[in-house]
Design a protein around this ligand. Structure first.
Ligand SMILES: [Fe+2]
Length: 373
């Protein structure tokens, strides 16, 4: 389905409207809620999925030491390699919430970074094999090229339509379990980009991220709203609770964001990735919200999706024009990287959707180990 085209005047009005709402929120009294008051516990290490993750996780449970040479998983396509994706996921998580029982000095241990680089090399090869690099465009044409890429994506598999009209509670819960790997740390991977930018592109990224983090209001942080969705569906809202249940392709979706975020050389791709997320978010989120209501969910459970309908319509404009447009104007040679990052985001999301729809069509669970969430 094609989305309605917005004129520049409409977009400016929408941006102004949301800025007024954001300003009003800033002066509201702060409600405490039940977030942020409990002791925080780090998740446990995932279960290994092969010899490389097995060896790595066993070593991570010990004090930091030289890992020596590690073998890189090889064989099938990298995006579907369970051993590779879970090992890389764990390496990246050391920069986010870490793991219970894993020494925090592992985060910057040279030996760990050497191992991670080998894993990343195979992942990057897998990405470039799976994702066509769009032809480069002049910087001034980048916002239009991003919008065209996102519009092409509308012809892909209709995961949102399935969840809107057909999915039962079990399939919706599975979808939420997959998405929890990102949404419980929503915005964090792209925040790595802030200190790598300057000027208008930096200001635009901060504006988007401020919304993602609830404008400084814990209970409005998108990750917190998603926790409410999980609780509403009877799922655990603990960080990392479902990592062992999601397949390689779900981890690959998340690993791509961390790869782009943690390497300065990928800052163009990181911005393109975020722009693609925002440009393809508003309409599907409206469908997810309607799907949840069809299943009898209450307002609090659907709020995460409702919140994104309006916010991402605005973020779409900020990301395409103010952020990526300004970045490409300052770094014309990186405009192609921005498009590549967007293409990676869209391609991975398409493969993710194909996995879910394919498994459901076959009457199977989309989660590992087959059982319901
Ligand atoms: Fe969000």
């Amino acid at each position: 389905m094609k989305r309605a085209k917005r004129t520049p005047v409409d977009a400016a009005k929408a941006v102004d409207a949301v800025r007024v709402v954001a300003a009003a929120r800033a002066v509201e009294p702060r409600g405490g809620g039940d977030t942020g008051t409990l002791p925080e516990t780090a998740p446990r290490l995932p279960r290994p999925r092969g010899p490389v993750s097995g060896s790595l996780f066993e070593r991570l449970a010990r004090a930091p030491h030289d890992l020596g040479p590690i073998a890189v998983p090889s064989g099938g396509p990298a995006l579907y390699d369970e051993d590779l994706q879970v090992a890389l996921y764990a390496c990246y998580e050391l920069h986010y919430q870490g793991f219970d029982g894993v020494d925090e000095r592992w985060e910057w241990h040279p030996s760990l970074l050497r191992a991670r680089e080998l894993l990343e090399r195979r992942f990057e090869q897998g990405l470039s094999a799976a994702v066509r690099r769009p032809p480069p465009v002049p910087a001034r044409e980048l916002p239009r090229a991003l919008a065209d890429l996102a519009a092409e994506d509308d012809d892909g598999p209709t995961l949102a339509d399935h969840l809107r009209h057909h999915a039962g509670p079990a399939q919706f819960r599975e979808f939420v379990v997959h998405r929890s790997i990102y949404h419980l740390k929503e915005a964090d991977p792209h925040t790595w980009g802030i200190p790598r930018l300057r000027g208008p592109a930096k200001a635009a990224l901060v504006e988007i991220q401020a919304d993602e983090y609830g404008g400084g209001r814990c209970e409005r942080m998108h990750a917190e709203l998603f926790r409410a969705t999980m609780r509403g569906l009877g799922l655990s809202d603990a960080y990392g609770a479902y990592v062992d249940r999601v397949p390689a392709i779900t981890l690959a979706v998340n690993n791509a964001m961390s790869l782009f975020g943690l390497h300065r050389r990928h800052r163009g791709a990181l911005l393109g990735h975020l722009a693609a997320l925002e440009m393809t978010s508003s309409l599907p989120n409206a469908k997810y919200g309607r799907g949840l209501r069809r299943l009898g969910a209450d307002a609090m459970t659907a709020r995460f999706y409702d919140e994104h309908v309006q916010a991402d319509a605005v973020h779409e404009q900020i990301a395409g024009h103010d952020m990526c447009g300004a970045f490409a104007a300052a770094h014309p040679s990186l405009a192609g990287d921005v498009l590549y990052g967007a293409a990676c985001c869209l391609a991975l999301d398409r493969l993710f959707a194909l996995h879910l729809l394919g498994r459901w069509e076959a009457g199977a669970s989309s989660l590992r180990d087959g059982g319901p969430a």
